[in-house]
Design a protein around this ligand. Structure first.
Ligand SMILES: CC(C)(COP(=O)(O)OP(=O)(O)OC[C@H]1O[C@@H](n2cnc3c(N)ncnc32)[C@H](O)[C@@H]1OP(=O)(O)O)[C@@H](O)C(=O)NCCC(=O)NCCS
Length: 132
């Protein structure tokens, strides 16, 4: 998996129980994953189609650093599926603990918002990188 974003949990990010608000984590994950999907597919025109089950495995507190990692799980004709992990990073030990994981599907769209194929050459490169 490659590092695709780093976030810091601030006071305003907290929900009840002094934990990071889960909806904000979803926003961070979606944004980071979109950035990866558009970069890998060489187009800015992609939308989130599906976010699979999201498991909030351990809490995030104020001042925690969160590193978001992604990898390409599969690529289809118009869609790409990424595996995403958010990990709490200790600046003291550099230890990383998974706080949240999911899979997200993005679809390439045209100017009218309809699904269109990911470029064949980009798809071939993506397949190559998955297999290696
Ligand atoms: C993305 C969108 C254009 C796709 O339109 P669509 O008519 O459903 O497109 P298709 O049926 O041709 O499917 C497109 C791709 O999604 C895949 N797909 C469809 N339903 C799926 C599902 N439930 N799970 C996984 N993949 C799915 C299809 O297999 C296809 O991938 P492929 O071409 O790689 O095989 C349309 O659903 C849309 O505009 N959604 C809103 C997107 C959005 O606004 N996102 C922001 C969040 S609010």
């Amino acid at each position: 998996m490659e590092l695709i974003a780093t976030k810091v949990c601030k006071k305003g990010d907290i929900g009840v129980h002094d934990n990071l608000f889960g909806g904000l984590m979803l926003c961070w994950i979606d944004e980071a994953a979109l950035s990866m999907a558009t970069s890998v597919c060489h187009t800015p025109n992609m939308v989130t189609l599906k976010i699979n089950e999201v498991l909030f495995k351990s809490p995030v507190k104020v001042n925690n650093q969160i590193k978001i990692y992604g990898s390409v799980e599969s690529v289809g004709n118009t869609s790409i599926t990424l595996a995403i992990e958010a990990r709490r990073f200790s600046v003291y030990t550099h230890e990383e603990t998974i706080v949240c994981s999911t899979k997200i599907v993005f679809v390439r769209i045209d100017d009218d918002g309809r699904a269109i194929p990911i470029s064949k050459s980009k798809k071939a490169k993506i397949m190559e990188s998955i297999e290696s």
